[in-house]
Design a protein around this ligand. Sequence first.
Ligand SMILES: NC(=O)C1=CN([C@@H]2O[C@H](COP(=O)(O)OP(=O)(O)OC[C@H]3O[C@@H](n4cnc5c(N)ncnc54)[C@H](OP(=O)(O)O)[C@@H]3O)[C@@H](O)[C@H]2O)C=CC1
Ligand SMILES: Cc1cn([C@H]2C[C@H](O)[C@@H](COP(=O)(O)OP(=O)(O)O[C@H]3O[C@@H](C)C(=O)[C@@H](O)[C@H]3O)O2)c(=O)[nH]c1=O
Ligand SMILES: [Mg+2]
Length: 302
Amino acid sequence: MRLIVIGREGQVARALAERAPAHSVTAVLLGRPQLDLADPSGIEDLLAEAGGDLIVNAAAYTAVDQAEAEPDLANAINGVGAGVLAGVAASMGMPLIHLSTDYVFDGVGERPYCEDDAPHPVSAYGSSKLLGEQAVASETPNYVILRTAWVYSPFNRNFVKTMLRTAYEREEIAVVADQYGSPTSALDIADGLIAVGRNLLARPDETDLRGVFHMTGSGFTTWADFAAEILRQSAHLGGPTARVRPIATADYPTPAKRPTNSRLDCSKLTRIHGVTLPAWQTSLKPCVQRLIEEAQAQETHP
Ligand SMILES: NC(=O)C1=CN([C@@H]2O[C@H](COP(=O)(O)OP(=O)(O)OC[C@H]3O[C@@H](n4cnc5c(N)ncnc54)[C@H](OP(=O)(O)O)[C@@H]3O)[C@@H](O)[C@H]2O)C=CC1
Ligand SMILES: Cc1cn([C@H]2C[C@H](O)[C@@H](COP(=O)(O)OP(=O)(O)O[C@H]3O[C@@H](C)C(=O)[C@@H](O)[C@H]3O)O2)c(=O)[nH]c1=O
Ligand SMILES: [Mg+2]
């Protein structure tokens, strides 16, 4: 299986590149400046040149707060750009796996969200990602949208890296304790996505395998408890640590509103694709260890 992955430096893109060989998969990564989703002319030529069995859209405008100030750019990349890519996938006869987010929901509901619950984004980023879902579904029937959440990895920017970096500088970190969700390792997403991709290629006419699926790490937590676990594991491994002070969302004002309940019900993915991601705490450990080792290596060999 040969994957064409859009997004070169992103967490999921880099995780796919790292995990592909273990699955005997080839991942070809395309990104800016050659391929810009905000300027989708010429995408078809680039994809034809890359050659592949399946397209993965792992590129997105992901700066949640910044998106409030530039919603048009977020919509162009996450909405229009995603749709153009889906149209190209359709015309080339390839399935598309597109990544989406828990932030398409308002988070007001009390239980984990299912795939057919009505989306209702409360941020510009969430709205742009919902536009993308709708654009993908209108361009091709041969798609899987994987909604994931709270993604972390050794790559790019994410909450785990922010907490470890902050712990080097401070003794206490205030973190919101009233938003619930599931931290998800980009490396686990890569493993799960490759399994989904194999199913799509093996059974090209099976409509049940297509559509929207939720895919997060197993179990739920809050950002504050996630932070506490990151710093507990770090301390245990000889890395930086800090106290976590649980605070309310109201005490951490941000430009973008986040859902209170970001929990996603992932049972459809288990049932239809046979994919279940590990418990969030299990996958966190090797990531924290790797980040600490990378930081230590940099200190010793500057
Ligand atoms: N991060 C998270 O917590 C979550 C992410 N998701 C979704 O998962 C997917 C992957 O996210 P993640 O790996 O974390 O993303 P990252 O923020 O790590 O990376 C995003 C990638 O998109 C690329 N990109 C941005 N704009 C464009 C553009 N105009 N044209 C081409 N490429 C562009 C960036 O390129 P460059 O390197 O050039 O900037 C970068 O490589 C996205 O769809 C995201 O919405 C869903 C839930 C949670
Ligand atoms: C850094 C920091 C954040 N927070 C809060 C803010 C926010 O509510 C929460 C997480 O902060 P972040 O900036 O990482 O959150 P955010 O960028 O909103 O993360 C989101 O990114 C997009 C791309 C997604 O799709 C979502 O699934 C989600 O992962 O923690 C604190 O309370 N204290 C802190 O020191
Ligand atoms: Mg952020």
